[in-house]
Design a protein around this ligand. Structure first.
Ligand SMILES: Nc1ncnc2c1ncn2[C@@H]1O[C@H](COP(=O)(O)OP(=O)(O)OP(=O)(O)O)[C@@H](O)[C@H]1O
Length: 357
């Protein structure tokens, strides 16, 4: 008979650690997988010293699990944070297991609407659209939050021009930062620059949950969530655990991007997250010198897809060097004036008029 995850956890929880508690009560087990008769997990010690002291516990746990009927193999790996990770303030433990949640999808107190912004593939401008839309909504007087959930490649700190580490006076609640009228938070602000995130699934979920629930978002008309590209664990967890108003899918007009966008749309539909509409980014290119209009990546593909699926086509955002320069400089193009800022203003107005933001 196949062994269950609960049985495995119960066995691990029976073995005491030196200094008290168990690997479970001390929240040191990560990425537990029970597949057929094989049990895999990571023991994540806080330091090399702790890892050494837990060595005998690992041996005892492995032996106890092997003795469990239905277990054929046990693969446990011990990891330890380096001193840098240990020193990282604030003292919040970002990246821990998500805490079990009562009921289904969660509401965030004080936050009226939550919109997830997704894309089928990376590089289509999802983060750029998120930051610019947030700024455009703020310019229209909305109280806007922006959560960078692109946990593997958080780019909002750069795009919004913030680098300060958020404060956490009580070590529990994180104070978000405010930039260009938008309340924002990104995992990128909690990590050291250039620090790679190599968390496994459960830690990612925990980090996301913390960013949603431990940040003092205050009263918001709308919280925009910049999702990682694709259709992975983060998207799944977010849609299942958070009461989303809906999702917006960003795509460039090329067929290949649209193909991936379809996967994202399919995922939202399976997760029963309403799709509020589609945005075509890098739509037309207007030469700043001669005014000639060119469709470098094609044009109209996203509008046609929206029509085919009977979904709102929310906006087409031109391809413009200013967008990239502004994003790289930390002041989204929507902060200023011009054709792209106008396109974002129209998009924001449309969402406000539709009661979505
Ligand atoms: N309309 C646009 N015109 C010109 N450049 C753009 C436009 N939209 C985005 N870009 C640029 O394209 C690059 C990718 O954009 P962005 O990081 O927003 O994409 P993404 O879909 O969020 O990618 P990932 O999810 O992989 O981070 C950035 O350098 C950005 O400045």
């Amino acid at each position: 008979m196949a062994v269950s995850r609960e049985e495995v956890l119960a066995v691990i929880d029976r073995i005491a650690c030196p200094g008290g508690g168990t690997l479970i009560s001390r929240d040191l087990v990560r990425a537990l997988q029970v597949e057929g008769g094989t049990v895999r997990f990571v023991i994540e010690a806080a330091s090399a010293e702790e890892a050494r002291s837990l060595g005998p516990v690992q041996v005892a746990v492995e032996a106890a699990l092997r003795a469990l009927p239905g277990v054929a193999a046990v693969q446990a790996v011990m990891t330890a944070h380096g001193p840098a990770a240990k020193a990282a303030p604030p003292t919040l433990k970002i990246g821990q297991h998500p805490t079990p949640q009562q009921g289904g999808a969660q509401r965030l107190a004080g936050v009226d609407r939550i919109i997830a912004i997704g894309s089928g593939k990376g590089g289509v401008g999802k983060s750029t659209v998120s930051s610019n839309l947030a700024v455009a909504l703020a310019k229209q007087g909305r109280r806007v939050g922006l959560l960078d959930a692109d946990i593997y490649g958080p780019s909002q700190p750069r795009m919004m021009g913030v680098s300060k580490r958020p404060a956490s006076p009580d070590g529990k609640i994180i104070e978000p930062l405010v930039a260009h009228g938008v309340t924002m938070m990104s995992l990128g602000l909690m990590l050291k620059e250039d620090e790679a995130v190599i968390w496994r699934g459960p830690m990612l979920m925990g980090a996301l949950q913390q960013l949603l629930t431990q940040v003092a978002w205050g009263k918001l008309d709308v919280l925009l969530i910049d999702l990682p590209p694709g259709t992975g664990d983060v998207q799944l967890t977010l849609c299942q655990r958070t009461q989303l108003t809906g999702a917006i899918v960003v795509s460039t007009p090329q067929d290949v991007a649209l193909l991936d966008a379809r996967k994202a749309l399919d995922m939202f539909s399976k997760l029963k997250t309403p799709v509020l509409g589609l945005i075509e980014n890098m739509s037309t290119y207007v030469c700043p010198n001669c005014g000639h209009e060119e469709h470098l990546f094609g044009h109209g593909g996203v509008a046609a897809e929206a029509k085919r699926l009977d979904l709102p086509f929310l906006a087409e955002i031109p391809l413009s060097l200013d967008v990239r320069l502004a994003g790289d400089a930390g002041t989204p193009v929507a902060v200023g004036e011009g054709p792209v800022a106008d396109a974002y203003a129209r998009l924001a107005q449309r969402l406000v008029d539709g009661g979505m933001a």
